[in-house]
Design a protein around this ligand. Structure first.
Ligand code: SF4
Length: 241
């Protein structure tokens, strides 16, 4: 399997675990605010062997692995890689953009992962802009339904800037994030989800769309206003910095 990098290990990416992070190259979305752009553009391939070798050096400290990207479900050898990681007694969290319900369905139905985190790229009216590509609307809805039936999961949305129809770029708004929350509820038939509202953090070494680099991180007041509003729809909504 292609793995572009082992991104160390941390306490943040896998709630409740200390997890090593495997970054897979390649993504079918072109989110303008994408943080992974430099890694995607300069992707090397350390392969399973490179990551597993790294895992061997940190095995005393980690009890989980996060597979992120990029979009991991695009990797043809994802399942054997997961099986190898789990055979070492480690739990696996998958981060996905929800574009590939076919692969996701198998991973979840066969309990091949322990935790799944799916991006909800704002309200569906903005998806072609926030994801940077049209045509994945049905796939994202299908993935939301699949994820919501899995025992351990989260939905998450980064409150990022959006390129508007008139060319203006501005952050997702409180009403737009309320619409995203209602969409999750309407699509899944439930409001009982763990939902993270995340801060956008610009980075100097390049976002996918250079115009977004001029933006500051999401203002705290906006995050708090969004949190207060989204809580009315999804009670287990948390802010993630
Ligand atoms: S932010 Fe968007 S483009 Fe970047 S890796 Fe995630 S889904 Fe792909």
């Amino acid at each position: 399997m292609k793995i572009a990098a082992a991104l160390g290990f941390n306490l943040i990416d896998y709630p409740g675990r200390i997890a090593a992070v495997a970054f897979t190259p390649g993504c079918n979305y072109l989110c303008p605010h994408c943080h992974a752009a430099p890694l995607l553009a300069n992707a090397k391939d350390i392969g399973d062997a490179g990551f597993l070798e790294y895992l061997g050096t940190v095995k005393e400290w980690v009890n989980g692995v996060v597979i992120c990207g990029g979009e991991p479900t695009l990797q043809p050898d994802l399942i054997p890689f997961i099986e190898e990681v789990r055979s070492r007694g480690l739990a696996v969290k998958l981060d996905t953009n929800g574009s590939n319900p076919k692969v996701l369905a198998r991973l979840l139905a066969e309990n091949l992962v322990d935790y799944v985190a799916m991006d909800v790229k704002g309200p569906d009216t903005l998806w072609p802009d926030t994801a940077g590509v049209p045509g994945y609307e049905a796939a994202m809805r299908e993935s939301m339904k699949l994820v919501a039936r899995f025992p351990v999961y989260e939905f998450r949305t980064t409150v990022a800037p959006v390129l508007r129809a008139g060319g203006e770029i501005s952050f997702l708004t409180v009403p737009e994030m309320a619409a995203a929350a209602r969409l999750i509820i309407e699509t899944t038939g439930s409001s009982a989800h763990k939902y993270y509202v995340q801060k956008f953090v610009p980075r100097k070494d390049g976002l996918l769309d250079k115009r977004f680099e001029a933006f500051p991180e999401t203002p705290i007041q906006l995050l708090q206003d969004i949190h207060a509003e989204v809580l009315k729809h999804i009670p287990n909504t948390q802010l993630r910095g």
